[in-house]
Structure formats: structure tokens, C-alpha cells
Design a protein around this ligand. Structure first.
Ligand SMILES: Cc1cc2nc3c(=O)[nH]c(=O)nc-3n(C[C@H](O)[C@H](O)[C@H](O)COP(=O)(O)OP(=O)(O)OC[C@H]3O[C@@H](n4cnc5c(N)ncnc54)[C@H](O)[C@@H]3O)c2cc1C
Length: 491
């Protein structure tokens, strides 16, 4: 096996963060860029393979959105009503959902660069579509969730194949079935990277290394170790290859940890889907238009706290904490038309004409479920108008937990229940980087030659605003790629 010592920038991983960093490094002047992807070629791409890859970014509204959607027809364009999303909106969202714990400099960097980064992506050739998960069409008008509206054409797989074409055109070398097994050096400097490939083991001595190997969500052992009780039982929404070994090697080298090590993006997904590589079809995110009960028949969280964008990434945890880690989302005929249908069609719900019959089918004590729903219905404040397009303040009063918005009595049969469990998307604990994408050691100094982007960098706490993962990959991939190339040039 060759022993390449002339690699300028070695990128570890084959997901979107890796492609973005590799392309940025090449564009910034690194002559020889190599990507090492652990997965075989037909499984390359990490989590994005299972995602539609929506983006959250600072933008000025419909006219700017149109630059990303050049083929959109005039009638559709006129119906689009995305509110501008400002730097302050993005920063406020990041601080609010992380309960003020996010690194302020990195949050500002993410918000400040998000617009430029999306335009860069468009300019290097990635195509975009309207993100069907980001809007509701009401009376022919498209109302968007704040900061959202775009996804890459072809979803995550489409984005990955577009990146791969661009990378290959730029002369970037991509090796599949190439697992990184060692990072050698010290907390002052990265020196050697060990690789176990299908054809044998070898070492590389690159001038710079960018870590883009994702989180540790696909390792049941690490989930149990870091995330706590029953985390090993979570279903894994994304790639089976994200098992955290590169993160552990970086920590062993001397990298400082950052982000929420007991935290992860974990959402409510169909309880009957496979344990790994579940895909977006399992998403059950319309809980705000009904109620959710556990297997004992009790409600246990505020289903109407905010739009799902701001709650879904923590709601999986809430479900995991219930008996058996399972719960039921229950809707009546008023709520059902509001479900995100292109997801719920992939479910096998339980239906019944009475609550008692539904409870019987679900194995819940009928008197308890009837009592829960009667109590809920009596608490609904019907004098406030229902409005699914915004937080309408139509809440419950006098029950725990409260439902803060979109509270509507469940009284129009047939009733339908969807069984849900916890699906982990990605972990929040990672290595600490600075605003130049450099990995810091435990003394707070950069480890020379070592950079990172994506889920392997610790950033989020408790929760995350939807679709900021892809934007974080992009922003810090661009930064890490440019910094790595500059370090090779001795800048
Ligand atoms: C179902 C689903 C839907 C999502 N939807 C969205 C969305 O719409 N918007 C959004 O912003 N985010 C979304 N996310 C989250 C987002 O996609 C991820 O956070 C993001 O893709 C992480 O990118 P990454 O490149 O850091 O890691 P990954 O995409 O996980 O890639 C890690 C790569 O590293 C490789 N690797 C791992 N170990 C090694 C090793 N030892 N040696 C070499 N290579 C290794 C893996 O094979 C993989 O290629 C979603 C995630 C999932 C699972």
C-alpha cells in the first residue's frame, strides 16, 4: 500500500462537512486533498444520506430566496411569504434553545457566515429546491418557519452526489472503505494518521488534518456511557458508521471537549421502524395538533410549547423517559388534516371510534385514557382562536402539563394513535474548536495542523434550532478548509 507523505490536507469522513471542508481547502490553494471515508462507496455520506438536508440561514426574504430557486415559476414565487431572518434572529434562536450555554463566539460565527456560506455553496454548483418540510400552504400562500425554506436538490443523497462530482472535478482524492484507526502526535501537533482500508493498513503524514467523522450516536456503548439511562435503546436515525472512534482518538491526543456530552438531538419517531438508518419517513413531528400519552395513559409534556422546529430535537428524550420508552400521539378528525402527511403516510396507526376502544387496542387502561382526554378537553381555552400558522396562545388552563398553543378538544372521531419512540440524530459532545476551525487542546491552545467541522465539534446544548446542523457543517467546513490550506502555505 502506498505511503503518501505529500498530502496537504487530509479530511477524515465522507459526509457533507467533509466534502465542504475538502472543497474549501482545495479552493483555498491546497494542492493535494484526500478524503478518507470509512463506509463502502455504496454507503458513503454519513447522516445526510438519510436526510432531506434543509438549511437555516440569515436571509432577506423572497427575492433572495429566488436566487437559489432560479427555475421557480412566477405564480409560485408570488405565493412565497418567507419573513426575513436576521443575524439577531439566528443568534437569539441559538441562545434560547441551548439555554444560553452555546459558545457565544461560535454562535456569532455561525450566524454571521450563514448567508455567505449558502451563497458559496450555490456558486460552487450545488442546486436547491424549496424545502417542503419548512412551510404550510394556507389559502394558496406559503408560510415558512423562520430562517428556513431551502433544501438541496435531491435531498441529502442529491447533495452528496453533487458534492462528490464537484470534489472529483477539482482533483480531490476520495478513498472509501478507509477507516481511520489512529491519530498520532501530541497535544501540540498532529503528525500521523493511521488507516485500515480494505486493501491493508497504512499511515499518512499529512500537512493538515480536518476531522469530519461525525458524532458517536451509532455506538450503543458510547450512548450508554455518555447519554445515560436507556440511551443504548435509542433508535439511530442516521448512518451506522458514526461510532465515535475518531472523536475518542482526538480526545486521547489532547483535544479539549466541548458541547453537551449528555445531550443529543433526539426526536420522536415511529416505534415500529428499524433500529438504525431509520430515515426521515419515521419522523412524527406533528404532535402539536393532538396530545401525546404514555403507555399508562397520561400526558407528560407540553405538545404545544412552540413550532416543532424548536421542540422536536428534545422531544425524543421526553419519550425515552416514559415507561418502555414508548408513547402514543393521538389525533381526532380536526387534527389529522394538519399532520405533515408525507411522513405520517409511512405509519401504521391504530384507529377507533371511541377513546375507550382506542385505549383497548393500545393496551392502555380505558378509564385512565378517558379521564386524561376529558380533563384535557375541559381545560382548553376555546375563546382564543385556533391558528396553525403561528403560536396562537390557545392553551389549556389548570392542568399539568399545560399545552401552551394549538389546544383543541379531542372530540371528533374516529380517533387515531401513532406509536412513537426516541430516535437519536446526532450527539452534541465533541472537540472544541475556535473561530478559525482549529482544534484546541486542554490548555486552550490550537493543536497545530488539526481542524474540525460538523457533528464532531461540540456546539449544541439541550436542543437545537432545526436545520442548523447542515449550516454549521457548511460554515465551519468552509472555515476549517480555508484555515487548513493557509496553514499548509505557512500563513
Ligand atoms: C434523518 C436525519 C435527518 C436530518 N435532517 C437534517 C436537516 O434537514 N437539516 C440539518 O441541518 N440537519 C439535519 N440532520 C443532521 C445533519 O444531517 C447531521 O448533523 C450532519 O449531516 C452531520 O454531518 P457530518 O459530516 O458532521 O457527519 P456525518 O454526516 O455523520 O458524516 C460522518 C462521516 O464520517 C465517517 N466516519 C466515521 N468514522 C470514521 C473513521 N473512523 N474513519 C473515516 N471515516 C469515518 C462516516 O462514515 C461519515 O461519512 C439530519 C440527520 C438525520 C440522521
Amino acid at each position: 500500500m502506498s505511503n503518501p507523505s505529500d498530502i496537504d490536507v487530509l479530511v477524515i469522513g465522507g459526509g457533507t462537512a467533509a466534502f465542504e471542508a475538502a472543497v474549501a481547502a482545495r479552493q483555498a490553494g491546497a494542492a493535494k486533498v484526500l478524503m478518507l471515508e470509512k463506509a463502502p462507496e455504496d454507503e458513503f455520506g454519513g447522516n445526510a444520506r438519510f436526510s432531506h438536508t434543509g438549511f437555516r440561514f440569515v436571509h432577506s426574504g423572497a427575492n433572495e430566496m429566488r436566487q437559489f430557486l432560479p427555475d421557480i415559476d412566477e405564480a409560485t414565487f408570488k405565493a412565497l411569504h418567507p419573513e426575513p431572518y436576521t443575524r439577531d434572529n439566528f443568534i437569539d434562536d441559538l441562545h434560547r434553545v441551548t439555554q444560553g450555554r452555546i459558545n457565544k463566539e461560535l454562535a456569532a460565527t455561525l450566524a454571521d457566515h450563514s448567508n455567505k456560506a449558502l451563497h458559496w455553496m450555490r456558486e460552487v454548483g450545488i442546486k436547491f429546491d424549496l424545502d417542503a418540510q419548512s412551510y404550510a400552504v394556507i389559502d394558496g400562500r406559503y408560510f415558512f418557519e423562520p430562517g428556513r425554506g431551502l433544501q438541496s436538490t435531491g435531498g441529502g443523497k442529491g447533495q452528496l452526489t453533487q458534492w462528490r462530482d464537484i470534489a472529483l472535478r477539482m482533483g480531490i482524492d476520495i478513498r472509501y472503505d478507509s477507516k481511520v484507526t489512529a491519530l498520532k502526535g501530541s497535544e501540540r501537533q498532529i503528525e500521523v494518521v493511521g488507516v485500515c482500508a480494505a486493501e491493508g493498513e497504512y499511515e499518512i503524514r499529512p500537512k493538515a488534518v480536518i476531522l469530519c467523522a461525525g458524532g458517536f450516536q451509532a455506538s450503543a456503548e458510547m450512548r450508554a456511557r455518555y447519554l445515560g439511562p436507556n440511551a443504548d435503546l435509542m433508535k439511530v436515525r442516521g448512518s451506522r458508521h458514526d461510532t465515535g472512534e475518531v472523536l475518542q482518538m482526538a480526545l486521547a491526543l489532547g483535544a479539549r471537549s466541548a458541547g453537551h456530552w449528555k445531550g443529543a438531538h433526539a426526536s420522536p419517531i415511529d416505534a415500529n421502524f428499524p433500529d438504525v438508518e431509520v430515515s426521515n419517513n419515521a419522523n412524527r413531528y406533528s404532535y402539536m395538533f393532538g396530545i401525546t400519552v404514555n403507555t399508562l395513559g397520561a400526558r407528560f409534556y407540553d405538545e404545544g410549547e412552540a413550532e416543532h422546529s424548536y421542540t422536536y430535537a428534545k422531544t425524543g428524550w421526553t419519550v425515552l423517559g416514559q415507561p418502555g420508552g414508548v408513547a402514543y400521539q393521538i389525533f381526532d378528525q380536526k387534527g389529522l388534516p394538519l399532520l405533515i402527511q408525507n411522513r405520517y403516510v409511512h405509519a401504521e396507526p391504530t384507529e377507533a371510534n371511541t377513546i375507550a376502544e382506542l385505549a383497548g387496542k393500545l393496551g392502555i387502561d380505558p378509564t385512565v385514557l378517558q379521564h386524561t382526554i376529558e380533563e384535557f378537553n375541559n381545560a382548553v381555552q376555546e375563546n382564543t382562536p385556533f391558528d396553525p400558522t403561528k403560536r396562537d396562545g390557545r392553551c389549556t388552563v389548570g392542568i399539568q402539563p399545560k399545552k401552551s398553543n394549538w389546544a383543541v378538544k379531542l372530540d371528533k372521531p374516529p380517533y387515531r394513535a401513532y406509536a412513537v419512540t426516541c430516535g437519536i440524530t446526532f450527539t452534541f459532545g465533541g472537540v472544541e474548536i475556535n473561530t478559525h476551525g482549529q482544534v484546541l487542546n486542554t490548555a486552550g491552545r490550537p493543536i497545530r495542523g488539526l481542524f474540525a467541522s460538523g457533528d464532531i465539534m461540540g456546539l449544541f446544548f439541550h436542543n437545537y434550532p432545526s436545520c442548523s446542523g447542515q449550516t454549521r457543517n457548511l460554515v465551519f467546513g468552509m472555515i476549517a478548509g480555508a484555515s487548513a490550506a493557509a496553514s499548509v502555505r505557512g500563513l
